[in-house]
Design a protein around this ligand. Sequence first.
Ligand code: NAD
Ligand code: UDP
Ligand code: UDP
Length: 315
Amino acid sequence: MLNKKRILVTGGAGFLGSHLCDRLITNGHEVICVDNFFTGEKNNIAHLLDFNNFDLLRHDITFPLYLEVDEIYNLACPASPVHYQTDPVQTTKTIVHGAINMLGLARRTKAKILQASTSEVYGDPEVHPQTENYRGYVNPIGPRACYDEGKRCAETLFFDYYRQYKMDIRVCRIFNTYGPKMLPNDGRVVSNFIVQALKNEPITIYGEGTQTRSFCFVDDLIEGAIKLMELPQTLQTPLNLGNPIEVSIRQLAELVIEITGSSSKLVKKPLPVDDPLQRCPDISRAKKILNWEPKIALKDGLYKTINYFKDIVGP
Ligand code: NAD
Ligand code: UDP
Ligand code: UDP
């Protein structure tokens, strides 16, 4: 194949990573998936193990890694607040030491490297929708800080490696993304609501459910990330990737009930500390630079995700 590359995907057994591995293998590349299985599962990539162009390596990216690669997608990091808060020190180490190791690897091999950053760098935003030049409103000592400040520090490292060593970096700020292959116990809102609805159990709304998020279906997000990696030139600023259609958490619950036909009722639980009140990406730059925007409507994406969970969640 023309332009066949050897591509490292860290966190490749996780939700986004496994979809990315699928897409890269389909595109004919050689893929090395690295994961320590903290929140990822072998099942997510089991179907790829027989491919000659796919390798799986159990490894924790807080430790150095020596491989020869052309591109690195650095996704390794638990993304659900429940999981990143169970061992916050390890979360910061994964994000910061992991970034240093992957940047060191990219520097030595002259590989292009993409960082999966996050809308959490904007914290509980005072600017709405969030544009890339908004610097964020983050609590540096709260329970989300291990993730938010870790990801902010990783962005600093990426841009310092770029300035200091002229490396080819790409940084995307990913907004809430959902889809098949999220774990039933992932703890994020879409998988929680779907699993609860399919079991006809109470749907747990944290706070009043008036807080908003903007949900992107995984296929759209992966397409954006690959387009960003394939951009011929380094992008000297981070880029928002997400779906700009904003919904409240209560609306999301109602939509999941409607599509599943569930008899679940809504129950209120306390709002987690520092839970952002509203979040929505401004994706004008991604539209312009990548000629990309999400295509899959929330209802259609939820439908596909619900079908996936129907097969793995018992009645
Ligand atoms: P996920 O938890 O499903 O996947 C993360 C993967 O990283 C898992 O397979 C996990 O085992 C692995 N991992 C964790 N620590 C590791 C370590 N030290 N060494 C090696 N592997 C390790 O999460 P996801 O939703 O697939 O998110 C992937 C990336 O995208 C993360 O960096 C996350 O911060 C970012 N992101 C995701 C979203 C989203 O909505 N899905 C939003 C913003 C940013
Ligand atoms: N590193 C790695 N794989 C490599 C090259 C480097 O894991 O192929 C790690 C190594 O642990 C190093 C870190 O990346 O500490 C940063 O590398 P860099 O070259 O930036 O700095 P160094 O610390 O080697 O001066
Ligand atoms: N949430 C909820 N019920 C749940 C899980 C989450 O109401 O069972 C809310 C959570 O408080 C937040 C939003 O849904 O306001 C998104 O939470 P998630 O953990 O998916 O991601 P976040 O965007 O907060 O990182």
